[in-house]
Design a binder for this molecule. Structure first.
Ligand code: NAD
Length: 510
């Protein structure tokens, strides 16, 4: 690194440390403002950077390099070179490094949570929750690395023995979104590294700092140069960077979490090289409350499934379907909960449990969805627009009388808006829930065990919460069907995307 680059970094760190130390926090030491390639913290070759802002107040937190294809190629080359020795490590060695990474994240999680709230806007308690969730993937994959097994098949011939072993695919490109900027990096990188893959991470433009901070801890844990790389890029450079991450002959596969539109584009880009691909895309979860439900439990579940991260989660309850017999009671109970339990504000302030939306385009999107739905006849029970705090804050909102032709029913809302629809029969609820191209998660509440089993089998989604609104964990196979994605993350199945089965045939056996 040149003296000039060093001086620039030192200046930047001091500048920002001064800002944040004023807030009584010590997380500036985790504030990295460079990309990470081949074990080095580096600027973009172009010398350009872009700003990261706090959605709660619009202030600039930091600047990170605006990398392009040239930087990305260097990162891919580094990952490709490192794969030769990394794939030859023992599972125990990889496990020990992942465990050390986990220990460092655990030791620094309070600071990481503050950083996360600053760039993503979510309340501090949720950031702390995300850190627990995020580090649990490192712990899980430290353990899972040692349990990647092969098989011995039964040969038809006495002179042959047949064996299947699992091998790492090679370099994995990992592209993550802004809504879980820590956990979706560790979820992907943990599985890739445990499998023996090396990786190039491309975090979202709005939230690169959490990714850089957690990778800083990986660096401290001692991962060899080139095994993990991070390329940061603005919205302008992202398409070019993304294309190279899909098409480079040195990349074996890609794992992407984000919108269905971008997922489709990456899928296409991967086709020419027949790359392995894992996609976690958008959802349109139904949250069904049957007459047989316990209303209190259902409302508690809805508050979590809807208002976590101000509704900006792919598994957010998007379409709340309530049966005729309890409809009015349920709407009243949701109204009471939303009216008393939610405190909107800057996520670092005490007591706040709903932060701002991530950026202006998400706010405009939400305003359009609510505006068009109300114009089409949805009734505003509560909220319905921007919060008095202004900026990117939006009121917790309840819409009732929502019908299937309304935009809030068809599109992913991705905001703090409960959209409620009435239904009469179980078959009708299942049909409505399945009338979408998405198939990520669904939820339903029922105390009738036969109904629970029936409905769980019929819902078309990769995941179903039954009397439960919080379904994410490192141990679970997370993923969707239909246009919500391909593959699973977490659980032992998370290893599948990063390994391939090699069949060995031993002939001439006497
Ligand atoms: P997005 O698709 O715009 O961005 C996600 C990531 O893709 C970011 O890193 C972005 O920089 C990158 N990206 C954008 N255009 C690209 C391109 N042309 N080539 C390569 N990379 C590109 O999505 P978002 O707005 O960040 O996130 C919101 C969406 O993500 C929602 O639809 C949500 O449901 C979905 N999501 C899904 C999951 C899941 O696990 N299924 C989790 C979180 C978010």
């Amino acid at each position: 690194m040149t003296a000039l680059a060093c001086a620039r970094i030192t200046y930047k760190l001091h500048r920002h440390a001064a800002v944040f130390c004023g807030q009584g926090v010590r997380w500036a030491s985790l504030l990295r403002q460079e990309g990470y390639i081949n074990g080095q913290w580096v600027q973009a070759m172009s010398g350009k950077d872009f700003k990261v802002t706090n959605p709660a107040n619009g202030k600039t937190i930091a600047s990170v390099p605006d990398m392009d294809e040239r930087d990305t190629q260097v990162a891919i080359d580094a990952a490709y070179a490192a794969f030769t020795s990394w794939q030859a490590t023992t599972a125990k060695e990889r496990s020990a490094l992942l465990r050390r990474w986990y220990d460092l994240v655990e030791a620094n999680k309070e600071d990481l949570a503050i950083l996360l709230t600053q760039e993503a806007g979510k309340p501090l308690s949720e950031s702390q929750g995300e850190l627990n969730y995020g580090s649990s993937f490192l712990e899980w994959y430290a353990e899972e690395a040692k349990r990647i097994y092969g098989e011995v098949g039964q040969s038809q011939s006495k002179s042959k023995e047949i064996i299947f072993i699992r091998q790492p695919i090679g370099v994995a490109s990992l592209i993550s979104p802004w809504n879980f900027p820590n956990a979706l990096v560790t979820r992907k990188a943990g599985a890739a590294l445990a499998s023996g893959c090396t990786c190039v991470i491309k975090p979202a433009e709005d939230t690169p700092l959490s990714a850089l901070a957690v990778v800083d801890l990986a660096h401290q844990a001692g991962f060899p140069p080139g095994v993990i790389n991070v390329v940061t890029a603005s919205r302008t450079n992202t398409p070019g960077v993304g294309k190279l991450l899909c098409t480079s002959p040195k990349v074996a596969g890609i794992s992407f979490t984000g919108s269905t539109a971008v997922g489709k584009l990456l899928y296409e880009q991967c086709a020419s090289g027949i790359k392995r691909i894992g996609l976690e895309l958008g959802g349109n979860a139904a949250f069904i409350v049957f007459d047989s439900a316990d209303i209190k439990t259902a409302v508690e579940g809805l508050m979590v499934a809807k208002f976590r991260n101000a509704g900006q989660a792919c598994i957010s309850a998007n379409r709340v379907l309530v049966q005729d017999g309890i409809y009015s009671k349920f709407v009243e109970a949701v109204k009471a909960a939303v009216g008393t339990e939610l405190e909107v504000g800057d996520g670092l302030e005490k007591g706040v449990n709903q932060g701002p939306l991530i950026n202006d385009s998400q706010l405009k999107r939400l305003e359009r969805i609510v505006g068009e739905s109300v114009a089409a006849g949805a009734e505003v029970v509560m909220g319905g627009g921007g919060h008095k705090l202004g900026g990117l804050f939006y009121q917790p909102t309840i819409l009732s009388g929502v019908t299937q032709d309304m935009v809030c029913f068809k599109e992913e809302i991705f905001g703090p808006v409960v959209a409620i629809t009435r239904f009469k029969t179980e078959d009708e609820a299942v049909a409505i829930a399945n009338a979408t191209e998405c198939g990520l998660a669904n939820y339903f509440y029922s105390r009738d065990i036969s109904q629970a089993w029936r409905v769980a089998r019929k819902l078309e989604s990769g995941m179903v919460g039954i009397n439960e609104g919080l379904i994410s964990a490192a141990e679970v196979a997370f993923g969707g069907i239909k246009q919500s994605g391909i593959g699973r993350e977490g659980s032992r199945h998370g290893i599948d995307d990063y390994t391939y089965i090699k069949y060995l045939c031993f002939g001439g056996v006497n």
